[in-house]
Each structure stands twice: as C-alpha cells, then as structure tokens.
Design a protein around this ligand. Structure first.
Ligand code: BGC
Length: 258
C-alpha cells in the first residue's frame, strides 16, 4: 500500500501554517517560487485558543495534506528558538511554552515557529512587493493587532513588535489596527490619519526606504493608500501576498532554517 505520509520527493515543497486570531490556514508551498502547490485549507481558530486546542488544528491541517516533512508555523507573538515570549491577542498560557516542541509532537517532521509578521515580511521580500528593494524596509500588518518586520538589504531583524510602540501614550495597535478600525467604524480616511501619525513616528526612528502595508487590510489598499501617501516622504505600498503571506513566509523560513 502507498504510504500516504511519504515525504514528497521535492524537498522544496514545505508545509506552511499561519495561526491567526480567526482562522488557522495551511498549504504546501514551493519555497523556490513562493507558490502554493495545493489549495489552502482553513479551520476556525478554537476559542479559547489554548496550546493543545491549537495544536489539534495544526495536526488536522497536516493530515488534510497527508504531509510529512519540515513545517513552518507562524505565531502572533515574540518567538525565540521556538519558545513563545508574548501573547497580546491570544491565550496567555502560550507564554514561555516551547511551541516548536508542542507542534513537533503532533506532526511528522521538524517544526520551525516564526512570528506572523516576520513570516509575512519574508514572503513579501522574497516573492512580493519587497523584491529587489534595498536599504531599510518596514512591513506592517494591520489585523487583530499590528505586526511588524524590518529588513536591511533583505536581512530580517526578528521580533520587532512595533505594534506596541506608544503613540500619544497608547499602544499603536490599540489605536490603529484593523480590528480597531472595524470596532470604531472608522472611515478609511479617518483611519489613514491615525496610521499616518504612527508611520511618521516610525520614519523618525528608522528612516526607511519603503513601508509595506500588509495584513487583511491590504486587500483594500485602493481605499486608503491615497490618504496615507499624501502625508509622508517615504514611499508606501500595499503588500502583494495578502492572505497567503503568512503561509508562504512560514514555509520559506522553515527552509532557511533547515
Ligand atoms: C503581537 C505581534 C504580532 C502582531 C500581529 C501583536 O499584538 O505582539 O507579535 O506580530 O500582533 O499579529
């Protein structure tokens, strides 16, 4: 009988899984081209999103693809060597947990865990809007929180957490995330005004060559980019990989680390 879990002969195909606040999504990725090799599979994020419940979902996603081999997984918090150090928008029981060990116990192959925004940034720099962009590039994701990834000549400085930069005494993500825009029913114009203030602050600190705007909001770039670009000298562009950035970046990161 054919072993369904046999590793695909092409080791450039790696499973990427993106853990988000509402959904956990995965797909095998060709890490040389950045393309998904199968349609992505999504399961609702369990509530509460405790480690065991999330690990069950991760296992189900790998099973769906009959996958064995290295897997890259995103997490919306600080991740160092597979251990989680912050959990602003997820269950606090993740803190200090070795997530790579937990996931590895459910999967057939080595696991690499990476911050979600860092993964999105890796995907954009390799395959999306950041290709060929040199100097300092800052990618920000606007979703449940604000995620950040900063690159210098394509090299990532991980776990930057710019979403927690204080603007007018308050965490930036509590003023300007996609969640807050929806909760407060802010128009794109109003929201862009708040984001601009945040970008100005980042510009003062890091003098970037380019801002990339990612996360769920990037799908609606035409609605807010004109307001944002009017207010800064730094070019601002929408990320291109949209919903798949986390999956692609996680798989690519796993390849880099293997
Ligand atoms: C977390 C970051 C994460 C971002 C986006 C923030 O609250 O601290 O680690 O990248 O949300 O999910």
């Amino acid at each position: 009988m054919r072993n369904l879990y046999m590793r695909p002969p092409n080791s450039n195909i790696i499973l990427g899984i993106d853990i988000g606040g509402t959904g956990i999504k995965g797909a095998p990725v060709n890490v040389q081209t950045g393309a998904l090799t199968k349609e992505r599979f999504r399961i609702e994020t369990p509530h509460p999103a405790k480690p065991d419940a999330v690990a069950d979902v991760v296992q189900d996603i790998a099973k769906h693809f009959h996958y064995s081999g290295p897997t890259g997984i995103t997490f919306p918090g600080i991740v160092k060597n597979g251990v989680i150090y912050s959990a602003s928008n997820v269950d606090k029981s993740w803190i200090d947990l070795d997530a790579s060990k937990l996931f590895q116990s459910r999967l057939r192959g080595p696991v690499t865990v990476v911050n979600d925004a860092d993964a999105a940034g890796i995907a954009e720099m390799r395959f999306g809007a950041g290709v060929g962009r040199h100097g300092v590039v800052i990618l920000l994701t606007f979703g449940t929180g604000i995620g950040s990834a900063i690159f210098c000549d394509g090299v990532l400085l991980p776990n930057t957490e710019f979403g927690h930069l204080k603007i007018r005494g308050k965490d930036a993500e509590l003023r300007a995330s996609g969640r807050i825009r929806e909760k407060k029913h802010l128009s794109f114009k109003k929201w862009a005004g708040i984001v601009s203030e945040y970008l100005e602050e980042l510009e003062k600190l890091f003098s970037p060559e380019l801002f990339l705007i990612g996360g769920g909001i990037s799908k609606k770039a035409d609605k807010f980019l004109p307001y944002l670009t009017a207010k800064t000298t730094v070019p601002i562009e929408a990320a291109k990989m949209q919903n798949d950035a986390g999956i692609i970046g996680a798989a690519t990161f796993a390849k880099i680390r293997s």
